[in-house]
Design a protein around this ligand. Sequence first.
Ligand code: NAI
Length: 704
Amino acid sequence: MSVFYKEENNIGTITFDQPDSKVNVLNSATLLTLDKMLDDLKNKSLKVLIIQSAKKDIFIAGADIKEIENITEHADGKSKAQAGQRVMDKIEDLPYPTVAVIDGVALGGGCELALACRYRVMTFNDRIRIGLPEVNLGFVPGFGGTYRLPRLVGLQQALKMIVSASPINSSAAFKCGLADRLYPTVGLSERVAEFVEEIASQPNKRIFKLVALKGLPAFLEKNPLGQMVVYKETIKSIQKATKGFYPAPLKAVEVIRKTLYLPREHALDIESSAFADLAITSISKNLVSLFYLTEKYKKLTVPGAENVKPMPIAKGAVIGAGIMGGGIAQLFSDRGVWARLKDINQDAIAKGLKAAYDVYAQAMKRKKAKPYDVAAKMAMISGTVDYSGFASVDIAIEAVVENMDVKKKVFAEVSNVLSDKAILASNTSSLSVTEMARVSKDPSRVIGFHFFNPVHRMPLIEIITTEYTSQQTLVTTLDFAKKLGKTPVIVKDAPGFLVNRILLGYINEAGRLLDEGGSITSIDRFATNFGMPMGPFTLSDEVGLDVGVKVLHILETGLGPRFKPSRIFDEVLPKKLLGKKSGKGFYIHGKERVVNPEVQALVKTGAGVSEEESIERMMFVMINEAAMILQEKVVDGPDAVDIGMIMGTGFPPFRGGLLRYADSMGIDKLVEAMEKLEARFKDGRFKPCAYILDLKNQGRKFYN
Ligand code: NAI
């Protein structure tokens, strides 16, 4: 049992308390119990019914995602939604006042249950998040959320909450009318009792008014013309943000538009059909699997090191105050870790400090940070040109230029000034961490800690282990990555590690496509049409052509000729067209970005390769590389590849990840198409690697 009923002095209380779990979810069994309970309750003449949770910081976390994941038939989806809707209706129809008492997370079905109550009281608990994030999983709310939320908080606020999938805190809920009262958590039951007396004295009246809008929002809210403007603008912004790849937010708008003036029964019927339409799509299945993947990596542990406790990290050092060093120092300070920033001269340090400040300045501009907080956080970063202060840090991260000799020199020096507990990490994007470990005093405390650019925005960190890395070092670094709010993947030291190795294959293949004709913009467009956040040439301009080609050479040396830079890269590089940082690359980066005719002139005329083949080739080289990574056990499974590609490169989440995409094609088809290309190019780059052939022969997929 996970839901209990109690009655005292004519006040009923329903308490959610799922056994052996930190959270409450609305699964079929709980809904059924609740449904029966409500049949009894409807015949009572209670003063008030209270609905609450016994869990700390949780009201109800949502419907059971596992059950939704298993929906494959429309009829099943519809009936699951209807089962939830029926319960919510029964709550709404009770003949006495109902109060949801919310002191924690109320998402999806949890929020919908609260919406079905006549009143919602919340606390100042900063863990409270209430909202309808369903579109993040590729479907729309299905337990009456699209019907009740706009009626309670207004059309504009409801659309904002449902379409953005962003839950709000209790003070925002109070402001928009979603919460009727806010109380401190301490003494909550006494406050609720007072509230109950208040509402029980006028049982047939809703005693709180809707929050009144003013000005333009008020105009837009009420009249049909204004509402049309609201729908149109919402659709426009969804299309801009999702490029049409995610149907759920658009469907949510459609459902609300159709149902805003319909009676409940009819409106809910439209909602449950829309839910079922979406819940069975592969996009939704991919987004659900990504949800699980993200949860898994948030809680990632080191197998076999369950008894190793992470060491606390309060102070850090960053060596090299460039783009990355400045960004890392900013992140440290933002997360309350002291940062000692070292470079070779004061000018370089000033640049690093400015890079850190610029991140905060942006946040202040967007009203996401307050000047006094920023001042306090910036004060946690101090600059130095020597190693003073290094003896007391818990971790030092090297982010100097990508040059092995320089890095080795730094490693030898720094490992001598650190305490004998401190960890020494490198932010290298492609060089051997093992080599760096060998020149340091204690290789067991050396590890790779590879951030992505820009540090404050990119969620991924690759944690690179060598044969020397101790479990203590790995466990502590993993814990630290989580403390920094990043998603960590653990990768063995190998050329290009995980993400860059796969990504560089894609960029290089784009170069080869261009060698065969076509245009820079069309190849970029093919990639964005597929769902990549930017095309390969745009990406190459962002990263810098010098950096890209350098890494290609490192990969060529380490992994073979498939990474030999394509002709176009070899011809563009000597012209010093480095990309954004030099103002020109494949594009000219002025006020408006235009194709650089100098580079396009190097491309032979002709239509170029078709969109279909272009995508196949760019994807196949990545899939093949990822399979080799699995074969070499650089990472422990397809999950790591998919989370790495999504979090590190923005590989389209709706496709579930690179290897889920490969699975969706079918391994037989994949092998057949790759072999056809191999027969044409005969250079081995499309030759399915042993790992893929094994999958085919055993009739398996990357995921089973
Ligand atoms: P950068 O060129 O912007 O900064 C390097 C800084 O290191 C400069 O300020 C330089 O003065 C300083 N430096 C050089 N030798 C030093 C020494 N002996 N002691 C102290 N400081 C020294 O380089 P960036 O882009 O920040 O890259 C740094 C590292 O991060 C490289 O290993 C790079 O591969 C890696 N990385 C870079 C990414 C990027 O997108 N830029 C992404 C991920 C990793």
